[in-house]
Design a protein around this ligand. Sequence first.
Ligand code: NAD
Length: 365
Amino acid sequence: MAHEFVYSQPVKIFFGAGKFAKLGEVLEELGVQRCVIACGKHFAPTAREMQEKDPRITAVFGAVEQNPQLSGVAETARLARETGADAVIGVGGGSSIDTAKFAAAIARGDGSAEDYYYGRKPFPADRLTIVAVPTTAGTGSEVTQVSVVSNGTEKKTINNPVFMPRAAIVDPVLSSTVPPRTTMNTGLDAMAHALEGYWSKNHQPISDLMAIEAVRMILENLETAYKDGSNMEARANMAYASLLGGLSFALPKTAGSHACSYPLSEDYHLPHGEACAFTLDSFVRINADERLELLCRRVGLSGTEELAQRIAALKELAGLRRRLSDLGEVDLDKLAHDCAVHGLMQNNPVPMDEAKLKAMFENLK
Ligand code: NAD
């Protein structure tokens, strides 16, 4: 029986192969007259070609990197301000989308990017429209009000309605060029979103349904997308699963594995998806309960142990780091402490203190 809940999802989603070609129509529908594109190196040449053909695209910030920096946000906001843009389009993985979201939120403010990053100023009421176009199948950032941005080595997640895109264009064709290892990292990030949204203390029935379907589709398609990136059916299914993963954690928020991913990225430089996957099978075992057993049966697995083993096998297949020894010299006390104090750990259904986390990591020796 459904307990009480509030559900809302304001992003208009355009999904399908070739949908990116409709960007112009989407901009028209949103009333966008001038816009800036934020993207990484892989998409920058295409963005510049688009700029030559479409006078509405006033500038391109094409240097977004993994774990995007606040300086890139500030530069994108400056370009938007100086060219009179009324929208920022993020095309790329989560890094590009999060850069676009933050830049759109602050472009019309009178403070510096640091002022908003450190909460010294409230976000301005007047903001630019955000359009998110994912080119990886993982983060679900196109449907969340989260922006994850780093200032130097400090990586911060800011959760604020100002970051909610107006529209998302999810075109699986854009993900066909993602290299195999990034395909696995991002696919396991989507798996973490679905599982953590499902077992989060704030889980709710509509999000649960999407989580179950996302887990099922990832189990059925990630290995194929990893082994054969040109398989468009697997890519499309992963793009859809990633979208569902985003929707399944957007309200409940993530939990233990994401909490642990921050120190693993900051101190041991694991890409986001790999960092989430590092502890995901451990948390499947830690959080195993009747609800998780039900999810497993609904996705065709015998139970939680099989789910943990399937996740471990996917990590092994792609050669992702899985053991503490893969991280180099590890300060276990600091790692356990930093994971324990991360805010998302509070969402984990099983309370995890420093001692329990240390024991979990010791099992990964
Ligand atoms: P990413 O955006 O950092 O991209 C990874 C790499 O893949 C980059 O080098 C990028 O240039 C390249 N790439 C992207 N698309 C490509 C394509 N189609 N072909 C070839 N190369 C391509 O990786 P990501 O995993 O998508 O995003 C990770 C970031 O998103 C992290 O900072 C993470 O914290 C954040 N995140 C945000 C949310 C959210 O809700 N805002 C959710 C999860 C993660």
